[in-house]
Design a binder for this molecule. Structure first.
Ligand SMILES: Nc1ncnc2c1ncn2[C@@H]1O[C@H](COP(=O)(O)OP(=O)(O)OP(=O)(O)O)[C@@H](O)[C@H]1O
Length: 177
């Protein structure tokens, strides 16, 4: 249920490559929700502490990200896209979606993106061990967590449809007529 003081906020999380950005972009284009891609924000506004050579990614500065987003999230009406979920304030979100992809499908997606060796293996293991689902369960009320398959375009379309249905019930003014 949406916090009565603000608009709805949806978090879409999952292992890299499970389809967070594609799903959020589709949802945002079909509703009045504003898509916040945390990876892009961190890179664009330099909300990070430099490059991690071992993990081959930027080290996010979580405090800077939270400070930057506080006002927007307090107003509501956002769909946030990130491969982590435990550092956001729990009060920000009304629904937490964890996208899940079969190992073979994810392997192909990440290989096509040029991931290799340790980085590829780390991400595949992250998905096999359901790290993001576990992280979500430890960080949010289980009643607002939705674990959704994201293997095919049809899955993506179903997931967006399901979130639109959730909006219809909980925040219909965010639907486009
Ligand atoms: N459900 C799906 N069906 C088919 N292809 C998909 C699906 N989800 C994502 N893809 C494809 O997989 C690739 C990765 O998708 P996307 O960038 O949305 O994932 P992501 O979870 O946001 O990754 P990252 O965390 O690294 O940003 C893209 O080429 C996208 O088109």
């Amino acid at each position: 249920m949406v916090d009565g003081q603000r608009g709805p906020n949806v978090l879409v999380t999952g292992t890299p490559g499970t389809g967070k950005t594609s799903t959020c972009a589709l949802l945002a284009s079909a509703t009045r929700l504003n898509h916040i891609n945390i990876g892009e924000l961190v890179q664009g506004l330099e909300l990070h502490d430099g490059w991690d050579d071992q993990l081959q990614c930027l080290v996010i500065n979580e405090d800077l990200v939270i400070d930057h987003l506080e006002e927007k999230m307090s107003a509501g009406g956002n769909v946030v896209d990130y491969h982590g979920c435990d550092f956001f304030p729990e009060r920000w979100f009304d629904v937490v979606v964890v996208l899940q992809t079969k190992t073979a499908v994810l392997y192909d997606r990440l290989s096509n993106r040029g991931y290799m060796d340790q980085k590829l293996q780390n991400n595949i293991e992250c998905e096999i061990f359901q790290v993001l689902l576990e992280e979500a369960r430890e960080s949010y009320n289980k009643d607002i967590i939705l674990a959704l398959p994201s293997d095919t375009i049809e899955d993506m379309s179903n997931n967006v449809g399901l979130l639109k249905e959730w909006l219809r019930t909980n925040a219909p003014s965010y639907l486009i007529d």
